[in-house]
Ligand binder design. Sequence first.
Ligand code: HDE
Length: 729
Amino acid sequence: MPPKKSKAAASGTTNDKINELTPDKENGTDQFMTTNTGVKINDDQNSLKAGDRGPTLMEDFIFREKMTHFDHERIPERIVHARGAAAHGVFRVYEPMAKYTRAAFLNDTSLETPVFVRFSTVAGSRGSTDLARDVRGFAVKFYTQEGNFDLVGNNMPVFFIQDAIKFPDLIHAVKPEPHNEIPQAASAHDTFWDFISLMPESAHMITWVMSDRAIPRSYRMMEGFGVHTFRFVNEQGKACFVKFHWKPLLGVHSVAWDEAQKISGKDPDFHRRDLWEAIESGNFPEWELGVQIVAEKDEMSFDFDLLDPTKLIPEELVPVMRIGKLTLNRNPDNFFAETEQVAFHVGHVVPGIDFTNDPLLQGRLFSYTDTQLIRLGGPNFQEIPINRPIVPVHNNQRDGHMRQTINQGRTSYHPNSLGGGCPYQAKLAEGGFSSYTERIDAKKVRERSRSFFDHFSQATLFYNSQSDVEKAHIVKAFSFELGKVETVVIRQRMLGILAQVDKGLAAEVAYNLGLEVPKKPEQPMNHSIPADGNPKKYQPVKVEGSVDRSPALSMANTIKGNIRTRKVAILAAEGVNEASLTTIKNALQAQGAVPEVVAPRLGEILAENDTAIKVDKSLLTVASVLYDAVYVPGGDNSVATIADNADAIHFLNEAYRHCKAIAFDAAASPVLENTYFGKKVLSMQPQEDVQEGNGVVIEANFKRLASRFIQAIGEHRFWERESSKEVPA
Ligand code: HDE
C-alpha cells in the first residue's frame, strides 16, 4: 500500500488553517500512480534507457505520454480578461419578481441557485499584476433550473465605445504596443491615449477608469454592473427594461495609486489571494443583486438613450431595487479546470430575460461563442464540467473535437418518427424560451442614432459627483497616464476632450503636463464619413441632464465601519508587552479582522513576561501596502528595536502616507519620533475623535485604544492626510 499522507495539527491563525496539509480530494490517501490508460507506474523518476548511461528509448511509453501531455498543457489565454480569479457560491432571491420576469430563479425564494463568479482585469495577460489600473470583469454564471444564465459584467456601469465594431480597435490600442510588447497591463502609453483622444464617446468611461474604482482594495469590495440595458419578460409576455447591479455588503473601497504600484511588486496576486483567503477563512463575500426597472412606455423619456452603453441611469432617477443575495462560499478545486475553462457568454439567458438592441450588446452576442471555439478548442466546450448546466441537455448536435456525451440511438435530426419525435420542442407554458417579439421596421444602415451623440454630460455628472479627494485622484491619474504618453499632440488632443468634461479638471491636468488647454479643442470626428458626406451631422452634442450630482457615484458615500477581513500588522520585537499586544489582537479578531504579528525575523518572540509569541510574518517578506492598518504595542525592548529598525519605520511612514489607521500603545510613542509624521501627530494628541486625530490613535488604556483603533480601521482611509505638505514624495 502507498504511504498515507499525514494531516498536520491545526493551529491558531487563519493562514495556518489555510496551509494545513490535507489529502488531495482526488487521490485520497491510498491511490497508486497510473498512466492515462490506467497502468500502474512503477518508476516515475527515471526514463527507460539502454544502460544506465545510455540513450532514452522511444519505447518508453510512460515518458512519452507524460511529456506529450505536458507539451500541450497551455491553451490560448483570453484575448481580454486573461487575468482572473473565481469562486463558487449561491444566489437566492428575496421576493418573487413575477411582476417583471418569469425567470424561475428570480421567483422562488426557497431556491439556492449555484453560481460560479470570475473576476478579472481586462488588459493584462494571464500572469500580470492584479493591481493594474483597469476595469474589472465581474462575470456570474447562474446554474438555474431552466439552464445557465450568464451576467457578464464589469465593475463600472458604462463602456468605452458604443458599437461592437470598435472593440478590436480599443483592445489593440490598450494592449502592449505591437512592435516591442510594452507596457504590460497598463493603459499609460501612446496607442491607448491616441485612440481615446479620438473617441469622444469614451469620455465618460475614461473618467471612471481614472478614478479609484480602477484600483479596488478587493474584489469583495467592488460593485458590479451588467452595463447594457436588458429586458425582463413576465409570464404574460409583457416586457420592461432592466439594468443589473451588484452591491457589495462590505462597501466599495479602493487603494491609493502609489500603493497599487507597490502592491504590484510586493504581491502581484493580491486580489486573487484576498478572495481565496477570505473564502477559506469562512468570511464569505456577499453582494446584493440590484435592478433598475424602466417600463417599456418610458423608453424615450430620458435625456440619454437607454440603448447607449456609455450611459448609466442615475439612481436618483430610477432607484436600485435590491432583489437577492449572492454569497461566494467555495474556492475552486482546480484553477485551470474551472477558472480558466469557464466560458461565459452574454447570450446565455433563460426564459424571462432577453436582450435589447444596444449595438455593443448585439456584437457581444456574436463574440463570446466565437472566442471559446478557439480558446477551448471546438464546439463541445459546454460539456466541460464547469460549463455544464445542472439540467439535462437534449438536442441533435453531434460529434466534434473532444465530444464527451455518448449519444445513443439513430436519430440526430428533427422532425423524426424513428426516435418518437424526441427531443420535443417546449411550448411557452412548458418553459420554452421564446424571444421577445419586438417590432422592427427600419432601413438597413451603417449609422448611429443621434440619441447617442451626447458624449460629455454624464462624464461631467460623474466628475461633479466625486468628493474633493476623489477629484484630486482623477486629476493625478490623468496626469500620470498622459505624462507617460510621449507624443505631445496626443496629450493636447486629450486636454481638449477633458475641457469638455470639466474646465477645472482640464486646467489641472494641463498644468501637470506643462501644457495649455487648447483654446478651441480639436473636435475629433466621431464616426465614419456619412454617405451624404456631411461630417457636421456627426459632431458630439452636449445635453443638459436633469441630474447634476449623483451621490451614489461617489465611493465617499459607501458603507463604512465593518472591519471584517481587514488585515492589521502588529509591529513587535523581543520584549514586547504581552498584554499590549494580545488585548488589541483579541479585540481585532473579535471584530473579524485579521491581525498578524510582524517582527524583524520569523519564529517566536519572547515577551517582557517571558511568554512566547508566534511571529506570523517577518519584515523581510511583507510591507505596509499589504495591510489595512498597523499597531505598535509597548514593551521597552520591543519599542527600542522597532524604533531602530529602518524597515519598521518605513512601514509606518508608508502606512501614514497611504492614509491608513495607525495605533500606538502610549508606551510605544518613542517609535513615533523616528517617523516623518510623529511630531505632527503627537502635537494633535490626545483626541477623542478618530477623525480629529486623523486616523492615528495613541492611547495608554488598552480598552479605549482597541475601540478607537477599530473605529479608525472602519473608516478605511483618512485621505485628508494627502494634503499635508509633510508627505514625502
Ligand atoms: Fe467582453 N469579451 N466584450 N465585455 N467580457 C470577453 O470572451 C467582447 C464587454 C467581459 O471571466 C471575451 O470568453 C466584445 C463589455 C467580461 O471569462 C470576448 C465586446 C463588458 C469578460 C469578449 C465586449 C464585458 C469578457 C474574451 C464589445 C461588461 C471575461 C474571453 C462589444 C458588460 C469573462 C471570453 C470571463 C470576455 C468580447 C465588451 C465583460 C472576446 C466584442 C461591455 C467580464 O468574447
